[in-house]
Design a protein around this ligand. Structure first.
Ligand code: NAD
Length: 417
């Protein structure tokens, strides 16, 4: 059934993958439900002395293959169904790239633009204290997601460490380097997007120099992907963020745009010869060869899927394509690399960060990037192999690859008691 509820979308792909693999209902029944859900109220003293209470969640979907892992999102549209879906996608994502984690996600319903930095810090610390019983290096390790960043991860690490009485860098990843962050983590999701884009281009026998790219979202994922693709010789013809979109037929100067954004200005305030402005949503139907949605869920739907011009879609965001759009892209023969593979670079380097924290040993950047590349290429080829063998979409191939590993873990561990 077509739906834009992200949790129902996840269930629909899970069911399809299980059917193609010929699994028994018992094999995957437990994966339809999150293992644990914690809802918290987060009272904050605002700068003016008033009290505001925010709603927060931490959802652990599965710990079958290892400690739960997943980011924390601060956004006004956060709700439980979204956090549940994001947590489940983390379980599948970690299984696709075969790193020893389960899946989790956290979220606070807040527009961080409405908070001062001190209010944001108090919110982060109180939220961390509220979810403290669930998190820890052996049980559940948060990381950045939409509107959260290394500084916020540092506050989480400090809050947890203060409550324990000693420094625990391994409780969270995506931290600043000075307190145990990993080299290469800040751009890792974008680098993963670059690697799967390059693999796609190779697989399809295309010339990267001739490919025009459009990217929705210029944050951690979209911004890093734009820069790395630009540096590698792709032509980025259009980018957008929440303020709007810009386009140039001859290619945008991504470093200049990032300098502009780093100065606190918005994309819609950027001007340069040959650059035109458009309404942000139009990025999805922009004239391009490769579309990278790297903002939020359900951006591609029945309303715009038929008008998408790209022949390749690389899902930088989690869940940017709803079930109906997915079917339209499949029938149109668009080569779509699904989120649980395409944006897995972030969690892979988060895994390296956690390993470095547990070993108290720091890797150099070359080791981080080379190991990331090896893992992403291996996963890409496995997913392509499965989807070719079963004549399915890459999304189904990725779900099937993940599901096989999750079911194998369940069969070995059994159901307690
Ligand atoms: P971010 O907060 O750093 O950036 C989000 C970007 O999207 C910003 O440029 C924002 O302006 C833009 N945006 C927001 N709403 C928009 C809209 N309606 N139209 C156009 N642009 C819009 O977030 P991020 O960390 O880059 O995450 C983006 C996506 O990638 C999310 O789906 C997230 O779950 C996923 N993801 C993030 C990571 C990570 O390591 N940060 C890893 C895997 C997946």
């Amino acid at each position: 059934m077509a739906t834009s509820n992200p949790y129902d979308n996840m269930l629909s792909y899970l069911e399809q993958a299980a059917q193609i693999l010929g699994l028994e209902a018992n094999d995957y029944e437990a994966l339809k439900y999150p293992e644990r859900i914690l809802q918290v109220s987060i009272p904050i003293e605002m700068d003016d002395g008033g009290i505001k209470v925010f709603e927060g969640y931490r959802v652990q979907h599965s710990s079958l293959r290892g400690p739960c892992k997943g980011g924390i999102r601060f956004h006004q549209d956060v709700d439980l169904d979204e956090v549940k879906a994001l947590a489940a996608w983390m379980s599948f994502k970690c299984a696709v790239v075969n790193i020893p984690y389960g899946g989790a996600k956290g979220g606070v319903k807040v527009d961080p633009r409405d908070l001062s930095k001190k209010e944001l810090m108090r919110l982060t610390r109180r939220y961390t204290a509220s979810i403290l019983p669930l998190i820890g290096p052996e049980r559940d390790i948060p990381a950045p997601d939409v509107n959260t960043n290394p500084e916020i991860m540092g506050w989480i690490m400090d809050t947890y460490s203060m409550m324990k009485g000693y420094a625990v860098p391994g409780v969270v990843t995506g931290k600043p380097i000075d307190i145990g962050g990993s080299l290469g983590r800040s751009e890792a999701t974008g680098r993963g997007v670059l690697i799967v884009t390059q693999e796609t281009v190779r697989h399809l026998g295309l010339n990267p120099q001739s490919l025009r790219v459009a990217i929705q979202g210029m944050g951690n994922v979209g911004g890093a992907a734009a820069r790395l693709l630009f540096d590698t010789g792709f032509t980025i013809v259009a980018v957008s963020d929440i303020s709007g979109g810009i386009r140039s037929e001859n290619g945008l100067d991504i470093p200049a745009i990032q300098k502009h954004l780093a100065g606190g200005s918005t994309l819609c305030e950027f001007s340069s010869p040959g650059v035109s402005h458009f309404c942000g949503g139009d990025i999805l139907t922009a004239d391009c060869d490769i579309l990278i949605p790297a903002a939020l869920e359900n951006q591609l739907s029945a309303a715009n899927a038929a008008d998408v011009k790209a022949r390749i879609i690389i899902e930088g965001a989690n869940g940017p394509t709803d079930v109906e759009a997915d079917e339209i892209f499949r029938s149109r023969g668009i080569f779509l690399v699904p989120d649980i593979l395409a944006n897995a670079g972030g969690v892979v380097v988060s895994y390296f960060e956690w390993v470095q924290n547990l070993e108290s040993f720091m890797w150099d950047l070359d080791q981080v990037n080379k190991t990331l590349e090896k893992i992403m290429i291996r996963a890409f080829r496995e997913v392509v192999g499965i989807s070719e063998a079963y004549q399915t979409s890459l999304r189904m191939g990725a779900y099937m690859s993940a599901l096989k590993r999750l079911v194998a873990a369940k069969n070995i561990r059994g159901i307690f008691p």
